[in-house]
Design a protein around this ligand. Sequence first.
Ligand code: URA
Length: 419
Amino acid sequence: MILKLLIEKKRDRGELSADEIRALVSAYVAGEFSDAQMSAFAMAVCCRGMTPAETAVLTDAMRTSGDCFDWSGLPRPVADKHSTGGVGDKLSFIIQPIAAAAGMSVPSLSGRGLGLTGGTIDKLESIPGFRAEVPAGELRRRMQEPPYLCICSQTPEICPADRKLYALRDVTGTVASIPLITASILSKKLAEGAGVLVFDVKCGRGAFMRTRADADALAASLVDGARRLGRKAAATVTPMDVPLGRAVGNSLEIEEALEVLSGRGPQDVRGLSLHFAAQMVELSGLAPSPEAARAKCEELLDGGDALRAFRAAVAAQGGDWDAFEREKRAGVRTLEVAWDGPEARVADVDAEKIARAALMLGAGRSAPGEKLDLKAGIVLRKKPGETVRPGETAAELHATRADRLTPEAAALVRSAFSA
Ligand code: URA
């Protein structure tokens, strides 16, 4: 097969066969198809698209470019949830423990964040002692014993094709393609081996997908790809114009997740968590109807089962909850952003501005490998629909470095609010 002809075929709107796509991916991973050729191919896909069948084969070729987990033989359904990422998105820490408490095994391989705020692993690393790297043998054992939940970091052996291709797409203007995004997200989730997957596709100014049309297309493509590759899947597009909950920042988000797991905390976080957990329960066949699935999840959340599962899973990875409680405010400086207008009802809090301010405080990374201030972030004292009076605190900035609590960061947070 002459691989360079496949670039021309896609450029000319041709449909590639499964063999052609697999040959291209394996040649790229082996270094026999150059970065220059792959960027031309990625651009052709951006411009011409891929059929759902092509997208599924690309996903599978990327999935099998590295290690894949096989959970056959486990007595419990294996399930996971994926979010395309949003500001203040701590839903995993609530959904996955509910799912585990409901009867699933949940092996969740997650990443660190780049830009805006931290990723799932960064957030968990705000718990002293937490160990994100879990060897494959230990993960297997953990899926067979209570609490049947392990949130750990993705190893370099998972989807090397995606790592190489994503870095290339990042610098060649080829990220914005639904088939390429689908193959990238789905290959990693499928390598994890879960039979049931639910997707939270965030949409809005604080999300990767800015328009409803793009978010709908990605949601449909993820579900289609997952089903073609033999999984049960569902996706929901959820709004990301306003931060989720009140806390943005790694350690602050763990605190808020604990609040929700304890039956308190913001209603938006609780509501979405129950929605996705119930979808997992239903798809896994652990409840006879959507209503029964929802009722079961509410019971597990309100009865403290999910909280116990989360605490036990983190402790099994070395996380020291007493130290977290003791140290979470140690060394933290705060700056309050006061409301400087007349009494009003808050109409909007711009998630993108809040995320940019959190990045200035040290809660996010502007380059890979950058060290985060895990205690940095923003607490929203007011959210849309709430009344704010002159001089009242609208938001609180947190950082361990006083020099990061700048007037610019405070002004950016103030400008995120409108009445
Ligand atoms: N996240 C991914 O993992 N891949 C993409 O292509 C886009 C977002």
